[in-house]
Write a new protein. Structure first.
Length: 169
């Protein structure tokens, strides 16, 4: 499976100290040049920029030679646009890690499977890699936005999974 990431999931997983779950869940992560630049920009939290100064071997930077000429994609940020372009170049078995709503809608319209930061955390919790409530508690201390109903549902599902001892679905 090819896993392509936009900047926000990497940013948040770093900020809450669970970035190590990515190589445990996925073989490797591809990021486009625009995401690489975003994660090193002046607006990036120092912790993220420091980590990106020497990225791990499982994080692969990919150049997007010819971005798609698409009016809808042009409305997205460079990172989302290039991540979707890379995902489209690997149509067979691709997962896009993305949080931004407009980018998710564009991925869905192009039939690209996607997962956000919360989905990654839930998958890691289901595999016993992290404690979901404590990871979410740390996430809520960042500028991450989530609806209370989604958060409640996610935590209830996690509690039920722990109660039943059921493996990842």
């Amino acid at each position: 499976m090819v896993v392509v990431a936009d900047s926000s999931p990497i940013n948040y997983l770093l900020l809450i100290d669970v970035i190590q779950i990515l190589p445990e869940l996925f073989e490797g992560i591809f990021i486009p040049d625009a995401v690489f630049r975003e994660l090193q920009s002046a607006a990036t939290p120092p912790k993220v920029a420091a980590w990106m100064s020497s990225p791990p071997s499982w994080l692969h930077q990919e150049n997007v030679d010819s971005p798609l000429n698409d009016e809808e994609l042009d409305k997205l940020g460079a990172g989302e646009r290039e991540a979707i372009t890379i995902a489209l170049a690997h149509p067979s078995d691709t997962l896009l890690l993305i949080d931004e709503g407009k980018g998710r809608r564009q991925a869905e319209q192009r039939q690209i499977r996607f997962m956000g930061t919360l989905g990654v955390l839930d998958k890691a919790a289901a595999k016993g890699l992290i404690d979901l409530p404590s990871a979410i508690e740390r996430l809520l201390h960042t500028n991450f936005h989530v609806t209370p109903s989604l958060l409640k549902s996610l935590l209830e599902n996690d509690a039920n999974r722990k109660k039943s001892g059921s493996p990842l679905r």
